[in-house]
Design a protein around this ligand. Structure first.
Ligand code: FES
Length: 176
């Protein structure tokens, strides 16, 4: 008789344990959800995840700067000399080997779109043919980038980053 009561008690304890654990999981889930939901990007952040901009007024041999996700982005319309200079460089000369064809926006290489953030410590490099390689120069610690934005001299460890970018039509690009 006593043995049966013990078995009965054990069964009730198991039931209470399972029920308590399940309730705890529901309450825990409800408490975590607002935190997870809060970590999702807000509508205004999502809106800035991609931007569209016109390149119609970027004259050959000049560059414009736009802001994307709080960072400067350089859009350069290169001259034929800048393009051939970038495409004639042997890969063996590059610290961070990458072909100009892989970096340029279009197959002819007219447009180059890059983050204007030095890959050393994040300064904004000077453009318009600056530095020893006629591309961009970061004055903070002396990094020289070529006409494809590739690091050629100085402490920067890699080329200027090329964001995801696509041509929407002949004069509009989308960054992001
Ligand atoms: Fe550009 Fe240091 S931040 S060289």
């Amino acid at each position: 008789m006593a043995e049966t009561e013990t078995e009965h008690d054990d069964g009730r304890r198991d039931f209470l344990f399972v029920a308590t654990a399940a309730t705890g999981a529901v309450i825990g889930g409800a408490a975590v959800w607002p935190l997870v939901d809060q970590m999702n990007p807000s509508a205004d952040v999502l809106a800035l995840a991609k931007i569209r901009t016109s390149i119609a007024d970027v004259a050959e041999g000049s560059q414009v700067r736009v802001l994307w996700q709080g960072k400067p982005v350089f859009i350069r319309h290169r001259t034929p000399e800048e393009i051939s200079e970038a495409r004639d460089v042997p890969m063996a000369d590059l610290k961070d080997p990458q072909t100009d064809e892989d970096r340029a926006l279009d197959p002819e290489g007219k447009y180059l779109v890059m983050l204007g953030v030095c890959t050393h410590l994040g300064c904004v490099p000077l453009g318009d043919g600056a530095g020893d390689y006629n591309g961009w120069f970061c004055p903070c610690h002396g990094s020289h980038y070529d006409t494809s934005g590739r690091i050629r001299k100085g402490p920067a460890p890699r080329n200027l980053d090329v964001p995801a970018v696509a041509m929407i039509d002949d004069t509009t690009i989308e960054i992001g």
